[in-house]
Design a protein around this ligand. Structure first.
Ligand code: PBG
Ligand code: ZN
Length: 324
């Protein structure tokens, strides 16, 4: 009798929808997703930077309502970026320009006590120069930035967030934040560290929404070059040593290998940030009729889970939860 050929038939595992469902290895549910929001001053403000961009600017009252809806729908959490009208002048305490933003956080916390709130820690949206650190001349000064980031983290913690998320890429910031939070008796507030953050062309739409584009130069002296895998792993291990609770990698789809590296080399929960430019690419292609938005987006989100991400920060979370 001739031997059966092919001996292995993987198509047996794909024969029907029910069979395919049974052997599915990873999934993306709302519980894995975190929705970013840009929090602005005022009342009743609710605007998307452009139709379908996924970048929403909300005032505190609207934010509190929307976050409650998202939480009830089962979305994993939200990540907040404060975009105050008045920029911070370096002689001033940060609490002054951030007054309305901090109130918005406290209100959101009161309206939905159980929701997971994360908040960005960085200076770029707060400063005229738009850089992520303190500037002297043309130089972004590392060590002088750390106390400011720590001050910001403590304000956010006291306003009611569960996690602070330093995205500035200064050296030593995770340790500085941990020490300041503990000192302020906020030892239960966690740190989501932007451990691997590339200097990327994919942040354009975000910078418009967050009013955070640098007024001179670029961020290459603090954000990572996309070319360097070993350096990325050093960034990762450093933040682990300094006490990060979760590790974040961004952009997401151009760094799948590093998400996998992080999964294999650490035991921490991992976050992938599908950034504004990634979202915009899919949106633009779909708007041109080149692909199906829903299917393309699902495929990209699945790839992040498969690479090893526990959570995904994505502008698609609220849309997936049925919000319009
Ligand atoms: C600022 C910050 C940026 C993003 C998150 N935090 C932009 C930047 O570094 O210029 C990008 C997120 C996105 O593009 O969706 N520290
Ligand atoms: Zn920044």
């Amino acid at each position: 009798m001739p031997e059966a050929f092919p001996a292995t038939r993987l198509r047996r595992l794909r024969r029907t929808p029910a069979i395919r469902r049974l052997f599915r290895e990873v999934d993306v549910g709302l519980e894995h997703l975190v929705q970013p929001y840009f929090v602005v001053n005022g009342k009743g403000v609710r605007r998307e930077t452009s139709a379908g961009s996924g970048l929403w600017q909300l005032s505190g009252d609207v934010l509190a309502e929307e976050v409650q809806q998202l939480h009830r729908a089962g979305v994993g959490g939200v990540m907040l970026f404060g975009v105050p009208d008045a920029k911070w002048d370096q002689a001033q305490p940060l609490a002054e320009p951030l007054h309305e933003y901090l109130e918005a956080i406290a209100l959101t916390r009161r309206v939905t006590p159980e929701v997971v709130l994360m908040a960005d820690v960085c200076l770029c949206s707060l400063t005229e120069h738009g850089h992520c650190g303190v500037v002297e001349g043309q130089h972004i000064v590392n060590d002088a930035t750390l106390p400011k980031l720590a001050e910001l983290a403590v304000l956010l913690a006291k306003a009611g967030v569960d996690f602070v998320c330093p995205s500035d890429m200064m050296d030593g910031r995770v340790g500085a934040l941990r020490a300041a939070l503990d000192e302020a008796k906020c030892q239960d507030v966690g740190i989501v560290s932007y451990a691997i953050k590339m200097a990327s062309a994919l942040y354009g739409p975000f910078r418009a929404a967050a009013h955070s584009a640098p007024a001179f130069g670029d961020r290459a002296s603090y954000q990572m070059p996309a070319h360097n895998r070993r350096e990325a792993l050093r960034e990762l291990m450093l933040d682990v040593d300094e006490g990060a609770d979760l590790l974040l990698v961004k952009p997401a789809m151009s760094n799948l290998d590093l998400i996998r590296d992080a999964r294999e080399r650490t035991l921490h929960p991992l976050v992938a940030y599908q950034v504004s430019g990634e979202y915009a690419m899919v949106r633009a292609a779909a708007d041109k009729g080149l692909l199906d938005f829903e299917r393309a987006m699902t495929e990209l989100l699945v790839s992040l889970r498969r690479a090893g991400a526990d959570l995904i920060v994505s502008y698609d979370a609220r849309r997936r939860a049925g919000l319009r």
